[in-house]
Write a protein that binds this ligand. Structure first.
Ligand code: NAD
Ligand code: DAU
Length: 360
């Protein structure tokens, strides 16, 4: 797709923003803005903050999709730069030009893919974060939000919650790569006084999520009357948060978070995978016989649950979307956007699906 605001990958073309309608414009780089959460975040910040101009820096991996921002393709306050966070030249080219803040989403994000091949996770999530941080330091970035995950804390038993003081105990190559990046961020704050904050959020759901993750995968299978693959006994628990609540939490951290701090963000909506699957079947009015129990995910974390009281007290943020309502709207969105999902469910996706589920 042609995206009119694309900046050619030439290191000589300046990214010019500046004064607009008499207002000083803040330049914000969003990494991974063509992914699920990044695209929702860009939509939110452009709507809420008229003096922000966004440079969306994204490699367009299998998970990056310009169609996620199609509605904004003519927005003069949004530019796109195709680049790799692990490539210093790419990163310097974007950060050199009066950028004041960075929100860092770009990552390999799917646990199952990290089990099939951890290489891209180490490269993008660890090396990419280090390259980005070095460039951000060199270019005197004033605020840097590192978007991380509750999975860095490992797994809980039947009770208790992750707090920001819970020791890191990642269990998958994905979460280990995210925990590594968190520690690199921490070290840059401590050693160099670098102005970073880290967020650790629970499981997101909502529009534009790549259909490898449970909710969009199950919705798109059920639309086709195909079975849904539940890992193990289906009793693993996740704390679900609507992507808009996650994005408003990140925005609150960007504007009000204290440098060096970690903020947990969560949805206060714990559900077993089976409870969630039944809710999806009911929403789509499909028979429960479409559940197929498959071999468990290796090292499958049992339960995640977030204590987000620090963000609530310090930032005045709280999740607002009621899970049942958010889920209903999410199902409606996927039903109304079959073109979006059909364009993904082709070649590479089908090969991945076969590799991941064919043998189970
Ligand atoms: P996603 O997989 O949907 O999107 C990732 C984006 O990053 C894609 O657009 C991809 O092209 C881009 N990208 C990947 N490697 C890159 C590289 N080397 N250089 C530039 N761009 C690159 O992911 P998501 O679900 O939107 O997650 C975004 C961030 O939020 C990740 O850091 C993830 O760890 C974190 N997070 C996700 C969740 C969740 O439930 N999805 C929860 C908590 C935290
Ligand atoms: O907790 C935050 C994390 O949430 C993020 O850091 C990750 O980027 C994001 O992918 C998500 O990780 P999970 O592994 O929890 O999400 P996923 O949607 O892959 O799986 C949710 C649960 O559903 C988990 O217990 C595994 C299970 N599952 C998943 C798939 C894809 C199934 O039972 N069947 C499936 O086919």
């Amino acid at each position: 797709m042609i995206f009119p605001n694309t900046i050619e990958k030439s290191y000589f073309i300046p990214i010019t923003f500046g004064i607009h309608k008499g207002l000083f414009m803040e330049k914000l780089v969003v990494t991974g803005g063509c992914g699920f959460i990044g695209s929702n975040f860009i939509r939110m910040i452009l709507e809420k903050e008229p003096t922000v101009e966004v440079i969306n820096f994204d490699l367009l991996t299998y998970a990056g999709n310009l169609a996620n921002l199609k509605d904004l393709e003519k927005n003069p306050r949004l530019k796109f730069f195709k680049g790799d966070i692990a490539n210093k030249q790419d990163v310097d080219a974007v950060l050199k030009d009066g950028v004041s803040s960075v929100v860092h989403f770009a990552a390999e994000s799917h646990v199952d893919r990290s089990i099939l091949d951890s290489g891209p996770f180490i490269r993008s999530n660890i090396v990419g974060t280090q390259v980005l941080l070095d460039s951000a330091r060199a270019h005197n970035i004033k605020r840097f939000v590192h978007v991380s995950t509750d999975e860095v804390y490992g797994s809980l038993g039947d009770t208790g919650f992750f707090t920001e003081d819970t020791p890191l105990a990642p269990n998958s190559p994905y979460s280990a790569s995210k925990a590594s990046s968190d520690l690199i961020v921490r070290s840059y704050v401590h050693t160099f006084g670098f102005p970073a904050m880290t967020t650790r959020c629970s499981n997101n759901y909502g529009p534009y999520q790549f259909p490898e993750k449970l909710i969009p995968l199950f919705i798109s299978n059920l639309q086709r009357n195909e079975q849904v693959p539940v890992y193990g006994d289906g009793l693993n628990v996740r704390d679900w948060i609507h992507v808009n609540d996650h994005c408003s939490g990140i925005l609150a951290v960007l504007r009000k978070g204290r440098v060096g701090e970690v903020y947990n963000l969560g949805g206060k909506s714990e559900r077993t995978n089976l409870e969630l699957t039944h809710a999806l079947l009911n929403n789509l009015q499909k028979p429960h016989s479409l559940i197929r129990y498959v071999k468990d995910r290796p090292g499958h974390d049992k339960r995640y649950a977030i204590d987000c009281s620090k963000a609530e007290k310090e930032l005045g943020w709280t999740p607002t979307v009621i899970f049942e309502e958010g889920l209903k709207h999410t199902v409606e969105w996927y039903l109304a956007n079959t073109d979006w999902i059909n364009s993904i469910r082709t070649g590479d996706y089908l090969s991945y699906y076969q590799k991941q589920y064919g043998h189970r």
